[in-house]
Write a protein that binds this ligand. Structure first.
Ligand code: HEC
Length: 150
């Protein structure tokens, strides 16, 4: 009895589903990110530079995974902690520059933590290292949520 009821309910639902109008495709929400207008050549150079950040971050994580803490710190300092002097800052609003500065600072903090890692890290050392890394990725993510370029 129960089974028949359940079957009947299922059949009814199935019919309903096929007769219901197809939901209208979701309208894309307005992009809440602040748009930064860049001269085309600057935009190309900026995005290219951004892709190097992805590579740097990956290199740092690969070194961490291999227990090569010194190398992880060196890459973070050389490629992420210091602005590369490419002059994008002058096109950017102050909030962007502030976030960029914060990003460089967290990379510098991470480089220090990595440099101080003992050869045989305790779980507390690992925790500190990964927390330092997460401070960096939080800055990547925060800025990407706030700005876009054109
Ligand atoms: C201060 C701001 C800021 C920080 C910090 C930042 N980015 Fe970006 N990034 C941007 C903006 C703005 C774009 C362009 C997004 C858009 O227009 O949709 C971008 C684009 C990118 C792109 C796409 C490039 C392309 O060719 O389209 C990658 C990859 C990227 N960022 C990686 C990173 C990584 C990894 C980090 C951190 C290690 C990082 N970014 C930190 C602002 C930032």
């Amino acid at each position: 009895m129960r089974k028949t009821l359940a079957l009947a309910a299922f059949a009814a639902l199935a019919t309903l589903a096929t007769t219901l109008p197809v939901a209208a495709p979701a309208v894309a929400e307005e992009d809440p990110r602040t748009l930064i207008d860049l001269p085309p050549d600057v935009r190309v150079a900026f995005l290219e530079h951004m892709r190097t950040h992805m590579t740097s971050l990956d290199t740092v994580v690969q070194h961490v995974a291999a227990g090569q803490f010194g190398e992880a710190g060196t890459v973070a300092r050389r490629e992420m902690a210091i602005g590369q002097g490419l002059g994008f800052g002058r096109y950017m609003p102050p909030e962007f520059r502030e976030m960029g500065f914060e990003y460089h600072r967290t990379a510098d903090d991470f480089a220090k933590i990595a440099a101080a890692m003992p050869a045989e890290p305790t779980s507390a050392d690992w925790k500190k290292l990964v927390a330092g890394l997460s401070e960096i990725t939080m800055r990547c993510n925060g800025c990407h949520g706030a700005f876009r370029v054109r």
